[in-house]
Design a protein around this ligand. Structure first.
Ligand code: PLP
Length: 414
């Protein structure tokens, strides 16, 4: 799995620092990821550096997470300052950064209340639990089923996995029930799947892990109408699309749709782990003390990081820039499609969450590895999508450089 230099012996003097680290990884790390054979050591903006001093243009930013780029001075300073002051006290007590974060996050998103956790999957768990308990508190405990979409991704805990619409993620984990999956974009199928036992519909505005596939026009508002008509809650999974990724605080804003519950994580902490579930006052008492929680949720350090991310995005007016940078990226990716039609099929996505969909049969892993070898970091989404999810602070020149590197790879392949 990990690249290893042939002649070096474990622990021997001739081993480089990198080789020693990779050897250690092969011996001690649980091997459930597929990392390439280099070790990243530091980062700055859209660039990261490995232990051999090689430089990479990072256009994945920790899977749509390092919102302000790597080691943004204000974020790094805020985290260091907070670490020296107060990191964690648990939810037995208030902490100041968390209260400020709750205020700022609800202000920019327009929701009334925020419940904090540590990841996207946890934000989804909280949303699903809120939906079920909302109905059971009204004596409707039989209303628990969730309608979700094929090709969706909502996380890997049992609850979030139950709504994830890709078999591969569920394989081997036994029966995971409670959800019905229907084709993404098919409002008739959603209507048919509704019933008196349905508590919620969960949806992404763009299926990120599913290949950066945007919802068809009118789909989200049709879902909203259907939920209203049937008294079902609409849960927006904005883990990948939220916090400015598509040019607005929440991507749903751009469709004029407001979900009852919104799940956030990834970009919220700018690289520091934090998640949040947002909802309105109507749901404020659904999860009373003791019903749900997590030790680290809303800790002072993560909250200070997220607060700083929101402040920087706001003060530096970064969201409108995401739209123009996104348009630029779309244009550049479309040019690649025109130049290499036998390898690239189309560009899709919004803002700074886009994918270049490669043709069936093109070895996407080889392209990804060639990109890494030429100093460009991307990720694969949905099997055929080369995903671009750079820092929202990425420059046009950096986007151009990424596309140029990819162009050379396609050229060499033709
Ligand atoms: N929901 C969506 C849309 C995601 O893209 C992800 C992660 O990729 C998750 C949920 C799960 O988030 P996490 O990996 O932070 O648990």
């Amino acid at each position: 799995m990990w690249g290893r230099p042939g002649s070096s012996k474990p622990g021997s003097l001739e081993m480089t620092q990198t080789a020693t680290l990779l050897e250690s990884a092969s011996m001690h790390l649980y091997q459930n990821y597929r990392q390439p054979g280099f070790v990243l050591e530091r980062g700055e903006g859209s660039w990261v550096y490995d232990t051999e001093g090689r430089k990479y243009l990072d256009l994945c930013s920790g899977i749509a997470t390092c919102t302000l780029g790597h080691c943004h001075p204000r974020l790094a300073q805020a985290i260091a300052e907070q670490a020296a002051r107060l990191m964690h006290v648990s939810n037995y007590f208030f902490n100041e950064p968390n209260l400020k974060l709750a205020q700022k996050l609800t202000q920019v998103t327009g929701y009334d209340r925020a419940l904090f956790c540590n990841s996207g999957t946890e934000a989804i768990e909280a949303s699903l639990k809120l939906a079920r308990r909302y109905f059971s508190a009204q004596g409707n405990a039989e209303r628990f089923r969730v309608i979700a979409f094929k090709n969706s991704f909502h996380g890997r805990t049992m609850g979030s996995l139950a709504v994830t619409g890709q078999e591969g993620y569920r394989e081997g984990f036994g029966p995971i029930t409670g959800a019905t999956h229907v084709p993404y974009g098919d409002i008739d199928a959603v209507t048919r799947a509704l019933g008196p036992d349905v508590a919620a519909i969960i949806v992404e505005s763009i299926q990120g892990e599913g290949g950066v596939l945007p919802a068809p026009e009118g789909f989200l508002s049709a879902l909203r109408r259907l939920c209203d008509k049937n008294g079902v809650l609409l849960i927006a999974d904005e883990v990948q699309t939220g916090i400015g990724r598509t040019g607005s605080w929440l991507s749903f804003e751009q469709f004029g749709v407001r979900a009852d519950v919104t799940a956030l994580a990834k970009g919220l902490g700018g690289g520091f782990p934090i998640g949040a579930m947002l909802c309105d006052e109507k749901f404020a008492n659904v999860l009373p003390p003791g019903s749900h929680g997590t030790t680290f949720g809303g800790n002072a350090l993560a909250s200070r990081a997220a607060l700083t991310v929101l402040e920087v995005l706001d003060e530096e007016n970064i969201l409108p820039q995401v739209v123009t940078k996104g348009q630029h990226l779309t244009q550049k990716l479309n040019e690649l499609v025109n130049r290499y039609p036998s390898q690239a099929e189309m560009a899709r996505g919004a803002g700074l969450l886009q994918a270049l969909l490669l043709r069936e049969g093109v070895d996407i892993r080889r392209i990804l590895e060639s990109a890494q070898n030429s100093g460009l970091l991307l990720t694969i989404a949905g099997g055929r999508g080369l995903r671009f999810s750079p820092a929202l602070t990425v420059s046009l020149a950096e986007l151009d450089e990424g596309v140029r590197l990819l162009d050379s790879i396609f050229k060499a392949n033709s």
